[in-house]
Design a protein around this ligand. Structure first.
Ligand code: ATP
Length: 459
């Protein structure tokens, strides 16, 4: 068994070596906590995003999609409450000058064995976890990135990068309601970038200052919000367990107590995942009541109520918000499906052997075509087969160099579910061997059946 720390190190190096995630601005020495998604990383991320959109937008009669700007009218953030309250409690160490989130330090202290939960804890009771130095008082630090729109940098031109995608759904609600002929309950979905000037980013792509979210604001009649909440909780469970194939034993559905949730929230459940660096939030689900629409109604002066055709009365809908971090999903999926064991080397030692057992639908590359030899026309047959697979809209890699064992290992590390090997028998009888990544079986199938073989297993 490898330790969680070792697994995380192996994952980070695999991500770089195999083109999933690189440090950003690497040629300049990197830019802390910023990452590039490489060719395999972007395929994986897009596959997750597409599976989500297909399931929750195309697959449902009651959800429509939108795309709104990263920089919206600054009033939006006044109305949403972000300008006043979207802050984290910050403390500095007076000795080593490191910076921490006070809530994280307090939580860690309270989780220590022997801590008496009855005794209230103050930040003054906590020392710097790095050097033991004294900490400053707590300051509140607003997480929104400020910028200026237009040529002059004065307060009239101040704008913000959105810290979540949700606000766009509230500001577009009236237009969507008026144009899409939807009846309550119905939801608006969006996928996009969000920006937070996090005090303590880290743990690879878990917490970054720029990240992606997939969110739905689900508008309901006030007395329908509890049913809708349960329905979305179930949907999120199916997504994470059946689509991403994350083992339920690595998940915790955490009911957030009244004292810990936002004042307007009637109920909040965090879905936490057992990352190698600890159990942390993956997704969240909140019953936001009519907080957002009532605030935007007040600040915009527009009537945001919905006319219920059954009762002919106007009501302000309540909102249930399931939110999925896309970047955190990429990390959870990689952690969950990275399988590491020890393999013997030719020098009589052992080395870690890694297989990404991704659900095939999420794999960046669906198939690899590997001719046993370049010569004797095997390469030509292989290239032709790869073109056929590509023409069917499937991502395929053609690889003719190095030993076949090494080529299999490379495909295992990027999670390719099927490798097709062209050998001398192919010339005789038009068949290839299929190697299954997980079962490690090899079977021969007709070259003409390869595309159907892949497609039938993906659907
Ligand atoms: P945390 O407690 O980890 O800071 P949060 O409760 O502030 O998260 P939300 O505001 O509920 O997070 O954001 C919704 C989702 O967006 C989270 O569940 C997470 O998946 C994702 N997310 C939030 N902040 C980040 C970040 N800095 N980097 C990557 N993903 C993030």
């Amino acid at each position: 068994m490898i330790s969680p720390e070792k697994k995380m190190d192996l994952l980070v190096s695999l991500c770089k070596r195999r083109g999933f995630v690189y440090p950003d601005s690497d040629i300049y020495g990197g830019f802390a906590n910023a990452f590039d998604y490489g060719p395999n990383g972007i395929e994986l991320k897009n596959n997750i995003r597409d599976a989500w959109w297909k399931r929750f937008v195309h697959g449902r009669e009651d959800v429509v999609g939108i795309d709104t700007p990263i920089i919206q009218h600054p009033k939006v953030w006044e109305a949403s409450g972000h300008l006043a309250t979207f802050s984290d409690p910050l403390v500095d160490c007076k000795k080593c000058k490191r910076r921490f989130r006070a809530d994280h330090l307090l939580e860690a202290k309270q989780a220590e064995p022997g801590y008496n939960k009855e005794v209230p804890l103050h930040i003054k009771d906590v020392d710097c976890p790095e050097c033991g130095g004294e900490l400053t008082d707590i300051k509140n630090f607003n997480l929104m990135f400020k910028t200026f729109v237009g040529v002059t940098e004065d307060s009239a031109n101040v704008a913000y990068l959105r810290p979540e995608t949700a606000a766009g759904m509230f500001t577009a609600w009236k237009n969507v309601r008026d144009t899409m002929r939807k009846k309550l309950p119905f939801g608006i979905a969006q996928v996009g970038k969000a920006f937070r000037n996090e005090i303590t980013p880290g743990n690879f792509i878990f917490r970054t200052r720029e990240f992606e979210q997939m969110e739905i604001e689900y508008f309901v009649k006030p007395d329908d919000s509890e049913r809708a909440f349960d329905m979305w909780l179930n949907e999120m469970k199916i997504w994470v367990e059946d689509v991403l194939k994350i083992n339920p034993k690595n998940l915790v559905y955490k009911e957030i107590s009244e004292s810990d949730r936002a004042f307007y929230s009637k109920r909040t459940v965090d879905i936490e995942y057992q990352y190698p660096f600890g159990q942390k939030e993956l997704y969240g689900l909140a019953n936001r009541t009519d907080y957002d629409l009532s605030r935007h109604q007040e600040f915009s002066g527009e009537d945001l109520r919905w006319l219920d055709p059954e009762t002919n009365t106007k009501i302000l809908p309540h909102v249930v918000e399931p939110t999925w971090g896309l970047s955190r999903t990429v990390l959870a999926v990689l952690v969950e499906h990275l399988d590491v064991d020890e393999a013997d080397t030719s020098e009589g030692e052992t080395e870690p052997r890694m297989v990404l057992r991704l659900p095939p639908r999420l794999s960046p590359v669906k198939a690899a075509v590997l001719p046993l030899q370049k010569k004797d026309g095997l390469a030509d047959i292989g290239r032709e087969l790869a073109s056929k697979i590509r023409a069917a809209g499937l991502v395929v890699e053609y690889d003719e160099s190095g030993s076949i064992g090494k080529r299999y290992r490379r495909q295992d590390e990027i999670g390719t579910p099927w490798c097709f090997t062209v050998d001398y028998d192919t010339k005789e009888n038009n068949t290839v061997t299929v190697r299954d990544r997980d079962a490690m079986t090899q079977e021969r199938i007709k070259i003409d059946e390869v595309v159907a073989f892949i497609q039938s297993r993906l659907n």
